[in-house]
Design a protein around this ligand. Sequence first.
Ligand SMILES: Nc1ncnc2c1ncn2[C@@H]1O[C@H](COP(=O)(O)OP(=O)(O)OP(=O)(O)O)[C@@H](O)[C@H]1O
Length: 304
Amino acid sequence: MSTNPENSESEKTGSENAGTGPAGSGYAVPADLVPESAGETVAQQQAREAALQNAAAAEIGDPADHLLVAHEVKSGYIPEVNILNGCTLTLSEGEVVGIIGPNGAGKSTLIKTIFGLIPVRDGTITLRGASIANRTAHELVSRGVGYVPQTQNVFPSLTVEENLQMGVYLRPKTFAPRFAVVAELFPLLADRRRQKTGALSGGERQMVAMGRALMMEPSVLLLDEPTAGLSPIYQDEVFERVKQINSAGVSVVMVEQNARRCLQICDRGYVLDQGRNAYTGPGTELLNDPNVIECYLGTLAQAG
Ligand SMILES: Nc1ncnc2c1ncn2[C@@H]1O[C@H](COP(=O)(O)OP(=O)(O)OP(=O)(O)O)[C@@H](O)[C@H]1O
């Protein structure tokens, strides 16, 4: 049984990924595939991409120095059509890393590829230096990677407690102690443990989904748009919970539509565009980068 109810199926400034073809490969980025940034010529865009690419290769160094590394990953759904065209992301112990970008940029695809739901066609994905590319979900969960899909992330006909039991189906005896830990983070889960999950609000269901993923005591939590469809109050709560989860020792990669809020809470952010890394850097720097603001944040960036 899969832990995924769908059962389916990132530095330092200007650094990490460049997102344009294998590092050092000399791969030429077609001009029409390079994300256009405000006020940049194509040559400037390519120079920025190349600088990011080189910085990414330099920063990654030994993949074993990072908790998670996705390097120059290519993947897609349809044969010979890549959605990811060479994405690179690193996650270090204790970090929250955000992935933002326009609709269809490949953000969810990157998370799904890391979690083995979409085959890696090129590039590498490593956890503490060991390859995890194309592994099954249960192998990844066993190795300490948790994943919360964007949709259909709970079993609505089961109670909250039963959903959380599903989270530890690989280690059922750990339910009680893990439930105690997860309920500390999400008191609601203890209060509603006998209630059918389908009767909960969208925000509450998101707490169940995150709680379920935490039951296996992951070291890495992959969150796909955890605030999608939630009211602003619940969005705030989700961001607060993510910070708490991180404070509790879990490193987090989150894809977010709410780009500004995401960059405010994450240590580093990755802007994806057309399946490539467009910008990377500390969240606060990206929030104040004029190109990022104009192309990806708009007026939201100045909203406070
Ligand atoms: N199951 C699928 N089969 C074929 N193409 C898909 C599938 N899922 C996504 N795609 C395509 O892959 C591209 C990237 O989708 P993805 O969901 O990764 O984007 P995203 O950056 O997460 O954007 P959004 O915020 O809109 O979800 C889109 O063009 C989308 O249509």
